[in-house]
Design a protein around this ligand. Structure first.
Ligand code: ADP
Ligand code: C5P
Ligand code: MG
Length: 205
């Protein structure tokens, strides 16, 4: 386990336990929406791997073109790129409780994060939603994302089933998955989420 406080080298020290919750689910299952609610009520810092990758493209990074091409195709960016962004964002936050949204997306993501950070997630929040509903949501998301078109959406669904579900199954076999019915309205989904997060209320941060 690591911690939140930074030492002189910018690394986490052993003072405070780091709590990491992986927030997983298909594209459009409502991860970002619910993470915003969790942040408000439970004092976590929300780190969306997809948002960090999109910010990296905008920053003019040398990896920008590669990341952009992967996102357009719904493919998973090499772990070292994504993990560096997550680590930096964790350090910059000054917090010790993190919702890591949309990561790990495949076995390589999972194993590399564990190897590099030595952090084991507290648990995995899994938003379970039908493809039909996710497709409807993505096609009306209206955020101008290059991957919210039907062709890329189908590729993302395939990657989710083939590469991301095995990660959820891995954590499920360790008894670490809290599954939520994410096909319901936002408020109802959050009621279920709240019940899971009640031990992590902001006061105990
Ligand atoms: P993800 O981060 O899992 O891809 P988002 O949180 O961005 O999903 O949600 C995708 C779209 O669906 C957004 O436009 C969001 O407003 C909408 N949305 C999220 N949760 C629900 C819900 N429970 N019911 C209906 N629409 C939702
Ligand atoms: O989670 P989000 O839907 O924002 O992710 C968008 C895209 O970002 C993914 O389809 C993928 O191309 C890329 N991504 C990735 N590795 C992650 C998370 C997202 O390559 N761990
Ligand atoms: Mg999202």
């Amino acid at each position: 386990m690591g911690s939140a406080a930074k030492d002189a080298n910018g690394s986490f020290t052993a003072e405070k336990k780091v709590v990491v919750v992986f927030v997983l689910g298909g594209p459009g299952s409502g991860k970002g929406t619910q993470c915003a609610n969790i942040v408000e009520h439970f004092g976590f810092t929300h780190l969306s791997a997809g948002d960090l990758l999109r910010a990296e493209i905008k920053s003019g990074s040398e990896n920008g073109t590669m990341i952009q091409n992967m996102i357009k195709e719904g493919k998973i960016v090499p772990s070292e790129v994504t993990i560096k962004l997550l680590q930096q964002a964790m350090l910059d936050s000054g917090n010790n409780k993190f919702l890591i949204d949309g990561f790990p997306r495949n076995e390589e993501n999972r194993a590399a994060f564990e190897h590099v950070t030595k952090i084991e997630p507290e648990f995995v929040l899994f938003f379970d939603c039908s493809e039909e509903e996710m497709e409807r949501r993505l096609l009306s998301r209206n955020q101008g994302r290059v991957d919210d078109n039907i062709e890329t959406i189908r590729k993302r669904f395939k990657v989710f089933v083939e590469s991301s579900m095995p990660v959820i199954e891995y954590y499920n076999s360790k008894g670490k998955v809290s599954k939520i019915d994410a096909g319901k309205p936002v408020d109802e989904v959050f009621e279920a989420v709240k019940a899971i997060f009640s031990p992590y209320n902001a006061q105990s941060a």
